[in-house]
Design a protein around this ligand. Sequence first.
Ligand code: SF4
Length: 440
Amino acid sequence: MKVLLVNPWIYDFSAFDFWLKPLGLLYIASYLEKQGYSLSFLDCMDRFHPALINAGIKTLEKQYGTGRFYEEEIKKPVEIKEIPKRYKRFGIPYSIVKQEIKKEIDSEIILVSSIMTYWYQGVSDIIKLLREEIPKAKIVVGGIYPTLLTEHAKKESGADEVIPGLNFFPLLVKLGDGEDKKFSPNDFFNSYSPGYHLYKKLPYISLLTSIGCPFHCTYCVSNLLSKNYFALSKEKILNEIDMYVKNYGVYDIAFYDDALLYNSEKHFLPLFEEIIRRDYKVRFHTPNGINARFISRDVAEVLYRSNFKTIRIGLESSQENFQQKTGGKVTNEEIIKAISNLSEAGISKSDIGIYLMAGRMDESIDDVIATLRFTANLGTKVFVSEYSPVPGSCDWERFKNFNDLDPIWQNNSISFLKNGWTLEEMQSVKDIKNKINNAV
Ligand code: SF4
């Protein structure tokens, strides 16, 4: 049976390739390949796709393999037509994607991945195109969007089947293939690796060394996406890194774990001591943020010695009542101590960035400016995450102000407008952030 795996475009006001790869789809690809399926793969967000290069399209490359996506302006959806910003389709141009899909006419099953709920129009547009070009194929959509908004995905995506959650085994049975067996996330993620061999060019990869998170922050749905935290086997991760570095010439590896440093004595420290011993010529990055609570002196030294170049730390707010009521993942004292440990270990403060949140209905602009002041005193960079409400999170249930709005309003570039913030206020927060970063 021939399966086509598709990672759709991003539809948004802005997007940047911060080591973005469709990890879930790549894990499923490895599984299907081992079961004997014949696979084709189309990642609409692949900045290094041969068809882009053949068309003479080169996008701006930034540090460590990151860079800009190709973009095409598209009509703004009616729900957000008043927003004074340009709306775009990011990724390989529509006409090239269409040509690539035409080559896959013999596909019998098409698996489409998805990430953000508010990118759903990119999902439904790619499904529409796939349906036109390969009318006989069964189209299935999975990923975070159908997990969080299952009914919406059933109604709006245009797919024949929708997979919420991680377990895709029943779907294979439904499609007339595979046996109905129990899905164990632990076994699955420890048995398969992301199928990066499906890419023609690969300057960087994203990896997971653990699944899930032991914390329960009220703005996050990590616990919905994976019920339990578990670390992956050290040997498996080392084999993956070995393979990608030696066989694919990868220079940059980004970890997308939700809790990379949790239980570091048993997981992060032994794993990275071995990575240091193997002396890979690669740079490591933590775009998803790591928890300052676990950045002990030992952890900081290992981060330095193993060549972590992008260190992002989640603070969200320096307001203590905010920290307590949203789950207590970190305190200001822990942040200060972590930065001091990282500095003493030799990591430059310009390689460290603190994430803070802006645009919530329970934090005013003054609260956010107070957090910016706190981070300015640390001497590190700071990055503003515009808060976006995630369906199924505790905050979603608590505030309820997005329940009746189209999911497009869950976009972090605009959701603050429904939380009592103005575009000007958000811009002034970003201006202060830029000043801090320029000084760093
Ligand atoms: S620590 Fe991070 S990943 Fe874990 S629940 Fe909180 S925000 Fe989510």
